[in-house]
Ligand binder design. Structure first.
Ligand SMILES: [Zn+2]
Length: 131
């Protein structure tokens, strides 16, 4: 099992170059995407607080997806479909025939064996063997 992120806690300590006060920004106070100005709590010097996140880095940190963009995700492509298509193609069908038959027989939750059976059964060009 994989742990889910319940909360991300980030503290960053900064130092005022004027009075050397250390001050801490946490979570939403941390500038994201662009630098932010912040008054030193002690000497009131106006400080530019640099962002540590670019927009994209921030997104990947908070989504916890180090492999982002590595895996192409096709939402409309069910792996069952692809496997059934391959199985049907191995029966001598062309790719476009296999795609058509699978799409005609496919429904959400169908098992791969049912999908293959239905697809071939629905091919009107096949004469049933039953006597
Ligand atoms: Zn200061």
């Amino acid at each position: 099992m994989k742990a889910k992120i319940a909360r991300i806690q980030i503290d960053i300590d900064y130092k005022c170059p004027n009075c050397y006060l250390h001050f801490r920004l946490s979570n939403s106070k941390i500038p994201k995407g662009k630098d932010t100005t912040y008054s030193c709590p002690d000497c009131s010097e106006l400080l530019v607080v640099p962002t540590i996140f670019s927009k994209t880095n921030q997104a990947s940190i908070f989504k916890n997806s180090p492999t982002k963009n590595n895996l192409p995700i096709k939402n409309n492509s069910d792996p069952i479909k692809e496997r059934a298509k391959a199985a049907i193609k191995s029966q001598g069908y062309t790719a476009s025939e296999a795609t058509r038959l699978i799409n005609n027989s496919y429904y959400q939750g169908v098992s791969i064996t049912d999908l293959i059976k239905d697809a071939i059964k629905n091919d009107k060009r096949i004469t049933p063997n039953t006597a």
